[in-house]
Design a protein around this ligand. Structure first.
Ligand SMILES: NC(=O)c1ccc[n+]([C@@H]2O[C@H](COP(=O)([O-])OP(=O)(O)OC[C@H]3O[C@@H](n4cnc5c(N)ncnc54)[C@H](OP(=O)(O)O)[C@@H]3O)[C@@H](O)[C@H]2O)c1
Length: 261
């Protein structure tokens, strides 16, 4: 493979592509589903809120609304079967769904930790496991997982959220190593701050905040380029990538200075 070659096999042109977006009812997932529909793709939209999914799908003939809870293996397996019956194949499973709850060391508790890990880690892992036999049987197609730059390194207020995303980064890297030789694509999506219902809860100034539509544009561009890691906005993510290379003494000092925490 050439040094500058894309890390992933090409996806079909959008008008030929069949994409399943899980977490499509609000925020980044909804904006990405809308952008894919506008580009001509066939899009299945999943999340728990059926009414919101129907709003995002609108009157698009190419949209399929498939409500589910992605922590429920049977529901994901049944939805995969439904998509196979409708489309005879899936080109990309994009797992966007996730949640967030601020937590500092002195707020650590089992109930909140388990609830966060159930959605942010077990949800994507469970969904990947449920679609894996089908993707391998197809012999083509791709899986994309939305983690977060909060997974690059420890941050205050992100005690369990950051840990769940760090685990997802590692999980997705391992998936790439296993699945690339089998001809399957694997994408790791790493947003910085994006204005969505999830971040509307934050009580601090979010540097380099972008809109969900800008995030969707960056995701579609990265998918089309065949990038493994799709990180955005670059002005923010490049700084964090640099920070994680530093010795801890410097890393901790700079994070404290930046957050005031
Ligand atoms: N916004 C940011 O700044 C930012 C930054 C870095 C990473 N991220 C990540 O980007 C992803 C999307 O976040 P967002 O900001 O767009 O948040 P959001 O607007 O709250 O969207 C979260 C989506 O996940 C779905 N979801 C949650 N639990 C689910 C479950 N059990 N089963 C199925 N779907 C479920 C929600 O739908 P229902 O509630 O209808 O199920 C919704 O569609 C998350 O993984 C988040 O961690 C966001």
């Amino acid at each position: 493979m050439g040094l500058l070659a894309p890390l992933n096999p090409p996806l079909p042109a959008w008008p030929e592509a069949r994409v399943w977006v899980i977490g499509a009812s609000t925020g980044i997932g909804a904006a990405t589903a809308r952008a894919l529909l506008a580009a001509g793709a066939r899009v299945a939209l999943s999340a728990r809120s059926a009414d919101k999914l129907r709003d995002v799908a609108g009157a698009h003939a190419n949209a399929l609304v498939v409500p589910l809870d992605f922590t429920d293996t049977n529901a994901v397996t049944a939805a995969w079967g439904h998509l196979q019956a409708q489309w005879q194949g899936v080109d990309l499973v994009l797992i966007v769904a996730g949640t967030h709850k601020e937590m500092r060391a002195w707020e650590l508790n089992e109930a909140d930790s388990r609830a966060l890990l159930e959605i942010n880690l077990h949800g994507p892992v469970n969904t990947t496991g449920a679609v894996m036999p089908g993707l391998l049987a197809q012999g083509h197609g791709a899986i994309g997982i939305v983690a977060s730059v909060a997974g690059y390194g420890g941050l205050p207020k992100a005690l369990i959220y950051g840990a769940s995303k760090a685990a997802l980064i590692n999980f997705t890297e391992s998936l790439y190593l296993d699945l690339h030789p089998k001809g399957l694509g694997v994408y790791l999506v790493m947003p910085g701050f994006v204005k969505t219902p999830l971040t509307d809860r934050n009580d601090f100034a979010m540097p380099n905040l972008i809109s969900a539509d800008e995030a969707a544009h960056a995701i579609l561009t990265g998918l089309r380029a065949g990038d493994f890691e799709i990180h955005f906005p670059k002005a923010f993510t490049r700084k964090l990538k640099f920070l994680r290379l530093l010795p801890y003494r410097l890393y901790f000092a700079l994070i404290r200075k930046a957050t005031g925490l």
